[in-house]
Design a protein around this ligand. Structure first.
Ligand code: GDP
Ligand code: MG
Length: 217
């Protein structure tokens, strides 16, 4: 039986990506537990955390996946991206290289994630005003050019963390509900309902599999 925590209208998988040290794990802990950790330590054992919010009188449950440190070794597998309907591409406003690497992360999404994934560029550590290395306008126009939404956050002082997650969830919700209004079946990775498991594990890439016709011939 489902508990009260498990009652929701929509379940959306969101992935956190971006260079190591930009604050992904702290954005997650700030949003799901209202916690912040000054020490930098890799996430161990935890694959994702959840939190439900209300959008348009519907309960939208976000299942937010954190990288557990694999980004350090560029070893994120396609399983991480599978079924994801949203991505927060995070950089550190005080470290220009982490912003430059956003291009690489976009490429990674193109290669591994669903083509319709909603992407938000997130400039984190906005509290480090005196150390700013990435001008807001520059990041904003990069986001526009690439069709991403954009926001600056601080997991440390909580600025815009709620808004970032809320905005991306609302954007995904709008896409899904419009698709349903149009009479279309929700696609596997954008599916909905409280009785069926909304995120189906349909591989976008047939990893290592071959069509039956071609095996062992
Ligand atoms: P991840 O490797 O991307 O998961 O980054 P972490 O969440 O582990 O954060 C890396 C370091 O940056 C830690 O020392 C955090 O305390 C610090 N950090 C994270 N978010 C912020 C922020 O918004 N402002 C500041 N000043 N430091 C932050
Ligand atoms: Mg981390």
């Amino acid at each position: 039986m489902r508990g009260k925590d498990d009652e929701y209208d929509y379940l959306f998988k969101i992935v956190l990506i971006g260079d190591s040290g930009v604050g992904k794990s702290n954005l997650l802990s700030r949003f799901t537990r209202n916690e912040f950790n000054l020490e930098s330590k890799s996430t161990i054992g935890v694959e994702f955390a959840t939190r439900s919010i209300q959008v348009d009188n519907k309960t939208v449950k976000a299942q937010i996946w954190d990288t557990a440190g694999q980004e350090r070794y560029r070893a994120i597998t396609s399983a991480y991206y599978r079924g994801a309907v949203g991505a927060l591409l995070v950089y550190d406003i005080a470290k220009y290289l982490t912003y430059e690497n956003a291009e690489r992360w976009l490429k990674e999404l193109q290669d591994h994630a669903d083509a319709n994934i909603v992407i938000m560029l997130v400039g984190n550590k906005s509290d480090l005003r005196h150390l700013r290395a990435v001008p807001t306008d520059e990041a904003k126009s990069f986001a526009e050019k690439n069709g991403l939404s954009f926001i600056e956050t601080s997991a440390l002082d909580s600025t815009n963390v709620e808004t970032a997650f809320h905005n991306i969830l609302a954007e995904i919700y709008r896409i899904v509900s419009q698709r349903q209004l149009a009479g279309g079946q929700p696609e596997a990775e954008f599916s909905h309902g409280t009785t069926i498991e909304p995120i189906k594990v349909l591989p976008t890439h047939q990893e290592g599999r071959q069509a039956p016709c071609c095996q062992n011939i």
